[in-house]
Design a protein around this ligand. Sequence first.
Ligand code: FE
Length: 246
Amino acid sequence: MTQDAFFKLTYGIYIIAASAESKSSAYLGNTAFQVTAEPPQIAISSHKENDTTALIQESGYFSLSVLKETASLSTIGLLGYRHGKEVDKLASLNHYYTKNNTPVVLEDSLAWFECRVKQTVDTGSHLLFIGEVIDNGTIGEDARAMDYRFYREELKAYASKNAPTYVNLNRLNDSIEVKAEQPVAKEKSEEAFDPRKFRCMMCEYVYDPAKGDPHGKIPPGTSFEDLPEDWICPICGVGKDMFDEY
Ligand code: FE
């Protein structure tokens, strides 16, 4: 099988949110689609390890917000690459609660839907929730909806580990030439290197020159500036231009 064929499939990028009792969470998902018109139903595929999944199962409701193309990287990083156990994802995002206690994220969004779960299908790693749309709205901004092509090609980001469309970066990197074994890289590692750390704006991964990047076959002692131009964040897959000094 070839990954390129899977990359031809198109998707949007959505914020999925849910709450149960006093807990709320949200994540960035690309697997959402309208399955019927009458009644209007939307299906989403949610990883079982995702904390929002448990909240959807418990409450029987979820919301889906359509992300805009100009969404900030901090919104994408927070929703796409952080875990609800580490951080209260909704705390810093503009959102409100419906009368069913479903959180609806308005931040960086163009439209939203609140859905009541009608069917749940266990697909192995994920649960497919089919929900009837019980309310919706637009946020009234004239912007384009972000799609997966833009996400991959313009933002140069990859789906996170729990996405149905996850791409294993280790496997991709294995097919790339092993740059760490080039003589130049070896010489650099023995010289004094620039110890400044750089942080990924997308997922907050910190590149530490003292450690290098074992996933990308970058040896310890490689300054950030000396990383190859096609080096990518081992967590989310964005390029060097998405890093700021830490
Ligand atoms: Fe990253």
